[in-house]
Each structure stands twice: as C-alpha cells, then as structure tokens.
Design a protein. Structure first.
Lengths: 556, 101
C-alpha cells in the first residue's frame, strides 16, 4: 500500500501548520467567518447542525491497520468515540471542537492521512472498487491509477476553484462496484485489442438534483495518456462550466447543454496541448506507485477447518453465505464486515470496533482494510482456514451480522440528524427498516436487495440507484419520503422511477413492507430477485401495493 | 393586508464547540431554546440579528428562526429547529447529554 515520500510528508505538515494558524486567526478575530469558511472547507471542516464535522479522506477506500487504529484513537481522544464511514469512502467525525481540529489533522498526518479537498469546488477524494487488488474478476488493480490521480489533483493549482465539486471513481473490474457511472469522471480499466490495458473514460455522471448516467467520452485511452487526458477534460470544464447557477454548475450539465460531441471535440483539442506538456515524469511516478501495491505473500493451507465449521455452525454458515466474495488467490476470500447490525446506524463504527478490525486485519488479513461506498469494512485477503476464528472475534464487537446485500444492508446519508443541508432524517428510517424486517423474519426470504436513503435531493445516499430508493423531503414543514423503484448502481446503471406521492415519517416503513410483500407474491421463485421481478413486471404491482386505495378505485 | 409577523428567535452555533445557541433578551447566548428572547416585531428582529452577527468571536451563522410562545418559554415551529434544540435521534449526544447542558 502507498507510503508517503518526503514530499508528501512535508506538504501535509505545512498545510496543517497553515490551518492551525488560520484557526488561531479566526478565534482572535483577525479572520471573519466569511474569510475563514473557504479555508476550513479546503481542510474538510464543515459546520453542521449541532457541531462541526471533520471529513477525512480514505483515498480509494484503502486503509492500513495502523491507520484504522489511529482513526479509533482520534474518535476517542477528540470526538465521541465513533466515526461515520460515508458513501464516498470518507470517515466523518461529527463532534470535533474547532480548537481541536489542528491536533486531529496532525494526528492524521502521523499515519499519512489528511482531510484536504474533502470539500469545496475541487477534485475530491478519488474513490475505487473496495475489492481492488483482491477480486477474482479484476483486470487490474485500480489503486495505482487512483493514487496517481490523487497526487495529480491534490493542490493542483488550476483546479482549486472549479465551477463546482468534481468526483473521480475508478474500477479495474468489468463488474462495477465503484459506481463509476455516477461520477463526474469514471475510469474503467479495460483490455484493448492488443492485450494492453487502458481506460474507458466516462464523463458527466452524477446523482443529486439532476441525476444523469455518465457517457463514454473515450472508449479506450492509453494508460500513459491518463493525466493529460484528465487535465484536458477538467480544464475544458473549468472554462465552460457554468458559474451563474450552482444547480447547473456540475460537468454533467456542461456536457448535457453542449452535447457530448461538442464537449468531446473541445477536450480532444485541448488534449493535443496537454499531451505535449507532460514529459513522462508522471509515468515514472506511476511505476513507483505500482510497486507499493504489490500483492501480499499468499499462503497455501488446507481448508478443512472452514468446511468443518460450516457444517457444524449454522450461524457461521449463514455469515459465510452472505459476507464473502471470490478472491483471485486459491484458498482466499474477501470478507465484508457489516457495519449494519440490525437497528444500528449504517456506516458507524465505534473506536473499539475500529481497533478490533485493525487487530484482525493484522492477524488474518495482511494488515489491509477497505471501506466500501456501501458503508461497510472489507478485509480483502483472508484465508478460508482463518474464517472460523475471524468470525468468532467479530462477534465480540457486534461485527458479525450476516446481511451483506440484504434488506438491512442499507446505505443512508447522515440526514437531518447531523447534516445542515438535509431536508429530513434518514438514519432512523434505515434503523427502523432494518429492525422491522429482522423482527418479522422476512430478511432471508426477500434476498438480494439494495435500499438506499438520502435525506435531501443532493443524494449522498444514492437513492436514485437503489433497487428501492427513499428520498426524505420537507413538505410544508413535515418530513415526507418519496420512493423510487428499479434503480441500479452497477455498470448497467439505471435511475429509479418515482413511484408516486410520498409518505409521512411513520408511514414509510409500512410502505416498504407492502412493496416487499408484493414482491414475495409476484416473484417466479426465490431465485428471482426484487430487481429482476421489477424488470419483468414493471412498476404496476408495486405501485398497487404502495397505494391500495388508488388501486381499488382504478379497479372499480 | 400584510401577513402577521411570525415571532422569531435569534439562533446560531457557538464558534468553538459548534453547539446550537440562542440569543436572550439580556444579551447572553443560551443553549436552551426556552431561554431565548421571543421577538414579536420584525424591525426589532432585524436589529437583534445585526447585533448578534457582530459577535463574530463568539458565534457563527446567526439567523432568525420561527418560534411560538409555550409554557416554558419559546418553542420551535419547524422540525429542523426542534432537532436543533436536542441533537441527533440515533444517539443521546449533543444537548441530550446532561454533561453538555
């Protein structure tokens, strides 16, 4: 995994020193809030509903065990003993004091982490497939690419004042787990005709107020051309992107309003210049980065203990059925540790849980951890023979929930419990759905399902691409929840369709239950997932279940 | 006919802790909504807001929020303001922590 060099180290230290002085000047009155706000945002510090919030980048979702331990320490030392993992592979601390933030940033610097460009109209934390470097279906590890982009975009002088924020996501697998089609730029590592790997470059995706699926701007880009091409896209956007209207400032609108052809032509024209400006030094850097991401030394060991435990322990068996994914190395699996224990806040981890995960990563997982956009923690390299011991240890901190991909594995943004932008709460809705389906015992019967909840139109909870999406709004001073159906977050991205009028806070869980009972009625058999059934039948049976009075009236 | 003025309180976040605060009639910042000054006159509300905004080394982001009289002082009207009086619903943090009151 990437380790900072002297340049990185010196840069982080000097930025933190600058910010410490800025905080001091804010407190002694020499900076007004208007002057200070952009400075704190550049360093990931927001002012939320009840307190400040510090958003820390976890570049491409990759963490070392010592970094996870430090996140736990920070949570205990300066926050309330927990952190919240987000849909953008960040961790957020919800209760820092302004005066403590410089110390928190220094503590992050001690383990080569930072909060730079986790806010503001800049290129944000670069995200990637959370199974990177481990997945059986992977063409190439996307993390060296993501790290190269991180280094290029961090403090890039031309891109510190873009029309709006800018998000880049990378996948190295054809099965897209990084939601690349919802990014301003999505990079998909593909194999070209000659067998060489390169990038399919997508542009103009985004959720939020105007959801759009990214389109291909370049079907195949040579690896060596990546940074000049990215620079061509972002600089074209920087010139063309609208600054007159915040809601029309994202690149998706720039591409939409100009048309892909015109935008592509401008990018290609600019690329002729940028390609000349890159001397190839970036490729030397990439080779250095790649060396950091060498696979760990996998071992050969018998798997008997794993099979014996599966036969003997139904709880273990159930967990291995839901929480494991195929690994490229024989005998190994990818373990997804659920941060969605029934009734808990999606994505929250206590300091004790973080510390346990760090210890288990050291003991069973080559010291590596990942954070997924689905707000879970991944141990990417675990040998099957270690799974019984791992599972037993996870149980001690309520981390052994067997629910990955099921109804309770919900994405939820912080919503109005924390976020100043939110129009309604999302966390308690997620908690209640999760507890309710556990209580009525339908979770297993329902099977694979993605519920995604956002507490405002900005869609941090990815509701548009949930099989069932829930959007919390303020309707005349009351929380109201709209349901979308049929969304898909994968390489075949689909924006879900709105089902109809919204539901009050105390009506939303029964509404979800009606949809899912209808699904259990109409599915062909247990192998037909909710999304498959929706695609076969369309929205009609689910709308009828959601709005029984209307359905009755229509039938009369 | 102009609409009746909805009474207001001046609210903000404390500069250091970020905690929600309200302006009292005797010019203090309180963490309790019920202790806030309930302002019934629009011109006075604007004046109080200006006075609050000047205290930039104490608070941040002052604004006027709708409120109504109640048996224990002013009460919030909108649910967002009601959440701000207590803290998040998933943990007993913020103003729900006795140590923080």
């Amino acid at each position: 995994m990437y380790k900072y060099n002297d340049f990185d180290e010196a840069f982080i230290r000097s930025r933190n020193k600058q910010f410490r002085a800025q905080v001091e000047r804010r407190i002694d009155g020499s900076l007004t809030e208007d002057e200070f706000r952009p400075l704190r945002l550049m360093n990931g510090l927001y002012l939320q509903l009840h307190a400040y919030m510090l958003r820390v980048a976890i570049p491409y979702g990759t963490l070392r065990s010592d970094q996870m331990r430090q996140l736990a320490y920070i949570a205990e030392r300066w926050d309330k003993g927990y952190g919240h993992f987000t849909t953008r592979q960040n961790i957020q601390y919800n209760w820092p004091k302004l005066t403590d933030v410089p110390d928190m940033l220094d503590a992050l610097g001690d383990v080569q982490m930072h909060a730079i460009q986790t806010s503001g109209n800049t290129i944000r934390n670069v995200t990637a497939d959370h199974f990177a470097g481990a997945a059986a279906d992977e063409i190439e590890d996307p993390r060296p690419t993501a790290e190269l982009v991180r280094q290029w975009s961090t403090d890039h002088p031309e891109f510190q004042a873009l029309p709006r924020k800018f998000k880049i996501g990378v996948t190295g697998s054809p099965n897209d787990r990084a939601v690349t089609k919802s990014h301003d730029i999505g990079l998909r590592i593909v194999r070209g005709g000659s067998g060489q790997t390169g990038y399919e470059v997508l542009v103009g995706g985004g959720l939020g107020r105007t959801p759009m699926v990214a389109q291909v701007i370049r079907p195949f880009l040579k690896k060596a051309d990546l940074l000049p091409y990215l620079e061509a896209i972002v600089s074209t956007y920087n010139l063309w992107g609208r600054r007159d209207n915040k809601y029309k400032a994202r690149i998706k609108i720039t591409v939409f309003e100009n048309g892909m052809e015109k935008f592509r032509d401008a990018v290609e024209e600019r690329f002729k210049v940028t390609r000349q400006e890159f001397s190839g030094a970036d490729q030397d850097v990439l080779r250095e980065i790649e060396a950091h991401f060498a696979a760990p030394a996998f071992r050969n060991a018998p798997e008997d203990a794993f099979h014996a435990a599966r036969d003997a322990d139904p709880v273990f068996r159930s967990w291995t059925d839901t929480n494991l994914t195929a690994h490229r190395a024989p005998g190994y699996v990818i373990v997804t540790v659920s941060l969605k224990a029934h009734g808990e806040t999606p994505g929250d981890a206590s300091a004790d849980q973080m510390r346990l995960l760090a210890d288990l990563a050291d003991k069973y997982g080559h010291g590596e951890l990942r954070i997924s956009h689905e707000q879970n923690v991944i141990l990417p390299h675990v040998h099957k023979s270690d799974l019984p011991a791992l599972h037993a240890a996870l149980k001690t901190e309520r981390l052994a929930t067997a629910n990955i991909g099921l109804v309770s594995d919900i994405i939820a943004c912080p919503g109005m419990d924390y976020c100043a932008l939110a129009t309604a709460r999302s966390i308690p809705v997620a908690q209640e759905i999760s507890s309710h389906f556990k209580a009525i015992g339908l979770e297993e019967a329902i099977g694979q399902l993605k519920i995604k909840i956002s507490g405002c139109i900005n869609a941090c909870g990815h509701h548009h691409v949930g099989h069932i999406g829930i959007l919390g709004l303020d309707r005349a001073g009351v929380e109201n929840y709209q349901i979308t159906l049929g969304g898909d977050h994968t390489e075949n991205m689909v924006i879900g369709e709105r089902a109809g009028p919204g539901f009050a806070y105390d009506e939303i869980v029964p509404a979800i239950e009606r949809i899912l009972r209808a699904y259990l009625e109409v599915r062909e058999d247990a192998s037909e997932t909710f999304l498959d059934a929706y695609r076969r039948l369309g929205p009609a049976p689910f709308k009828a279940a959601l709005y029984p009075a209307e359905a009755e009236r229509d039938a009369a | 006919m102009s609409r009746a003025f909805t009474p207001k309180v001046v609210t903000a976040n404390a500069l250091i802790e970020g905690d929600v605060v309200y302006l009292t009639s005797d010019d203090r910042w309180t963490r309790e909504h019920g202790e806030a000054e309930l302002i019934r006159d629009e011109a006075h509300a604007q004046l109080r807001l200006l006075q609050a905004e000047k205290q930039r080394s104490v608070i941040v982001g002052a604004y006027l929020a709708d409120a109504k009289p109640g048996p224990n002082g002013p009460e919030p009207i909108h649910f967002r303001e009601a959440f701000r009086t207590r803290g998040p619903s998933n943990y007993a943090h913020g103003k729900q922590e006795t140590s923080n009151v």
